[in-house]
Design a protein around this ligand. Structure first.
Ligand code: FAD
Length: 406
């Protein structure tokens, strides 16, 4: 890999949106965070006829983890709730341009997992069977099939692959822009540069009304939704609600244009190392973990990370070793103890909802989670039962592990 230009450019997510509004004194619902979750929840609540919805966003819409995502959209999960959410999300994204009038650059070249040990092959074989029962086309691949589909992969040390042709990737900030614009058209107020600093419930926890304290003043409301991604834990603490979400830094590098055909290249993941690559415009997008995990809110790039990435490229996709780095960025995953999301209403604080902890795969789930959370908040039965994602599981049924985490 050639030496990088150390640009820290990240996509501009504010785009065409005029989100500057004064903070109202009252709302029916306050949504904290305008990432893909907050934007989709607001849109779906407004679609259900809820009025006086306000999103408070510390920065600008999409500026959190959503704009840092690799844009991967896949249905290959081990947990059937996640498969259902992902499949619904993908359906929304396939129709996004028609329904929301925004081109999200969806590329549907599939997701290819590369597997190098028997335990993973057994687990993926079971998961693929579950995905097939749920109507997906995913399948296990032999090494010959892997080599045919992804000739740039060094198959040495691999045993098999898993592939779903319908998976792919798209542009996260375009999805946020689509949801925010549609939400605003339906009357939602989006207040940017508005940071939540606490809650005032007058010492009572037995009623729905609360006051959300922000740097622009208080706003009282009936319902609150924490959709603050990696920052959800501290916001839960402000309300006395335990949301076990921990930030974990991840980085991405986008290359200069490449001179070979990437038009059929799948989103390719070396599962045991979490190294991945997919086409991005006329170049490639690469990602992998830091050599040593950084469990903090530090989202600055690590100068050593490119050397770690270069080792993965050399080991698994040596043919891509000559690409030149163009720019890159770091962002935060929002990890939970079992790598499954937290979705529900806090039993200790009626009216206090949460949708967070998506553990690095929340972008693809956002469109479906928006719908599900809006259903929960308006007393409707969602298309999939997400009761198992309630945070109470840690004290009752225990961890509910999602295995396919990158
Ligand atoms: C490098 C990287 C690659 C990724 N790749 C993928 C991928 O390929 N596919 C995938 O599905 N997912 C991916 N993810 C994960 C994905 O980005 C997240 O799961 C998803 O974006 C979470 O969306 P969100 O709306 O919950 O959070 P966010 O997008 O982080 O939004 C939360 C918002 O809350 C705001 N906020 C925080 N604190 C406050 C406060 N006190 N007051 C007001 N507002 C506040 C933040 O500014 C932010 O805008 C990736 C993440 C990273 C970092």
């Amino acid at each position: 890999m050639e030496s990088p230009t150390a640009s820290t450019t990240t996509p501009n997510t504010d785009g065409v949106l005029d989100t500057t509004r004064a903070l109202p004194a009252e709302a029916s619902v306050v949504i904290i965070g305008a990432g893909v979750m907050g934007a989709a929840i607001a849109y779906h609540l407004a679609e259900r006829g809820v009025s006086d919805i306000v999103i408070v966003e510390r920065d600008t819409p999409g500026a959190g983890s959503t704009s840092k995502a690799a844009g991967g959209v896949r249905c290959q999960f081990s947990d059937e709730v996640n498969i259902a959410l992902a499949a619904r999300g993908l359906e929304v994204l396939r129709n996004f341009e028609t329904d929301f009038g925004v081109d999200i650059d969806l590329v549907s070249n599939g997701y290819l997992f590369l597997l190098d040990n028997d335990d993973d092959v057994r687990a993926f074989t079971d998961n693929v069977a579950l995905q097939q029962r749920m109507g997906l086309d995913s399948r296990m691949l032999t090494l010959a099939e892997v080599a045919e589909l992804a000739p740039f992969v060094n198959t040495e040390g691999l045993i098999a692959g898993a592939f779903n042709p319908g998976d792919g990737h798209c542009t996260p900030e375009a999805v946020v822009a689509g949801f925010v614009t549609a939400a605003r058209e339906r009357g939602v107020t989006v207040v940017k540069n508005c940071e939540v600093a606490g809650f005032d419930t007058d010492g009572r926890t037995d009623r729905r009304a609360t006051s959300v304290i922000t740097n622009q003043g208080p706003i009282s409301c009936e319902q609150v939704v924490v959709a603050a991604g990696a920052w959800s834990g501290p916001i839960g603490d402000m309300a006395g609600v335990d949301l076990p979400v921990k930030p974990l830094r991840r980085e991405i590098m986008v290359s200069e244009p490449v001179d070979f055909d990437t038009s059929r290249m799948p989103f390719t993941i070396d599962f045991s190392t979490s190294y991945y690559v997919h086409p991005e415009g006329s170049g490639l997008l690469f990602g992998c973990p830091d050599e040593v995990d950084d469990w903090s809110f530090n989202d600055k790039r690590d100068p050593n990370w490119l050397a770690t990435l270069a080792e993965h490229i050399e080991a698994r996709t040596p043919e891509l070793g000559e690409v030149e780095a163009k720019h890159g960025w770091a962002g935060l995953y929002e990890m939970t103890p079992d790598h499954n999301a937290l979705i529900g209403e806090a039993e200790e604080r009626p009216g206090f909802f949460y949708a967070c902890g998506f553990s690095g795969h929340g972008f693809l789930m956002g469109p479906a989670v928006g719908e599900v959370v809006a259903d929960l908040m308006t007393g409707r039965a969602p298309f999939v039962d997400v009761a198992a994602m309630d945070k109470r599981r840690f004290a009752t049924t225990g961890l509910r592990k999602e295995l396919n985490v990158i």
